[in-house]
Design a protein around this ligand. Sequence first.
Ligand code: R7I
Ligand code: MG
Ligand code: MG
Ligand code: MG
Length: 302
Amino acid sequence: MNLKTNRITGAVLGLALGDAFGAPHEGGTLERAFWSLIGNSFGKHRWTDDTQMSIDVLESLIERRSIDQGDLARRFASSYRWYRGYGAGATKLLKRIGAGQTWQQANRSVFPDGSFGNGGAMRSPVVGLYYAEETHEKVVGAARLCAEITHAHPLGIEGAILVALTTALVYKDLDTSEIIRHLLLTAETSPFRKKLEKIEAWLLHDSVKSPETVALELGNGVAALDSCVSAIYIVLTHREKSFDELLQYTIKVGGDVDTIAAMVGAIWGAGRGVDALPEQKLNKLEQCDRLKKLAISLASSN
Ligand code: R7I
Ligand code: MG
Ligand code: MG
Ligand code: MG
C-alpha cells in the first residue's frame, strides 16, 4: 500500500472506529441503554450516521469525481435508517428529500437559517482527503458545497470547512503551529475565531488541558461550534499518542462522543495511516472490509 492509500484508509477507518467505539459512551443513561440494545451488528460494533454519511460522500466522489450536490442529496436520503441515530433535524430533512422535495427547500423548511449541527463536519474529513493535494481554496469550496446540502447555517458550514482543512493539513504532515495559522486565516466568523485563538494559546504550553476543561471551554455538544474546535484540539495534542489513548481522552470529553471521536479518528488516521490503528478494534468494526475498499478506491480516483 502506498503512502497516500495508507493515510486515506487510516482516516476512513479511523472515522468509523471513533464513531462505532464512541457511540456507546454518548449521552445520558437512557441513550446508553438504548444503544446497548441496538449498537451491535452481528457481533460487531455498529457505526452511526457519521460513518453512513461519510460512506455516501466516498461513493459519490468515487463516481462523480467532484462534489455533486444533487447526487449527494439523493444518496444521503436513500441511506437514511432510523437505527443509525441521525439528528432530529437531519431526520426530517432527509425524509423530505426522500419524499421529493429539493434539498434547497428541505433544509430551509426544517431550520429557517439551515442547521448549525455538526452533521456537515462529521463527513467532511472525506472531502479534505480527496482535495488534500490541491489548494486550500479547493478544500474550503468543496467542504462548503458538501455541508450546505443538509447544514446551510454559516456555523454548520464553517465547522465542516475547518475539519476538512485540518484533515488535509494533517495528511500533509504540517506542524501544529502551521495548522493553527492556516485555520485562523480560514475562519469566517468570530465565535469560531475565538475558540481557535484559545487553542492556539493552549498549544503554546506543554501540558494538555484536561478533558473537563475542553468540554467546558470549547464544548462537547451537537452544534458545530461546540464540537469541531474541540475535535481539532484533541487531535493536535495527541498526534504522537496511540489510537486507544486518543479515544480514551475523547470519551472523557464526553457529550456527542460518536461525532467528536469520528472527526478526531479521521484526522488522526490521516496523519498516522492505517497501520497505526488497533487491530483488535478493526476486527470488531461493522463492515470494515467495505470501508477499506472504499478508501482504497478513493485514493486511486483523483
Ligand atoms: O447535525 P446533525 O446531522 O447531527 C448532529 C448529531 C450528531 O452527533 C450525529 O451523530 C447525531 O447523533 O446527531 O443533526 P441536526 O438535526 O441537523 O442538528 C442537531 C441538532 O442541533 C438539532 O436536532 C437541533 O436540536 C440543533 N439545531 C438547531 N436548533 C435550532 N435552530 C441545529 N440547527 C438548529 C437551528 O438552526
Ligand atoms: Mg452519530
Ligand atoms: Mg447522537
Ligand atoms: Mg453524534
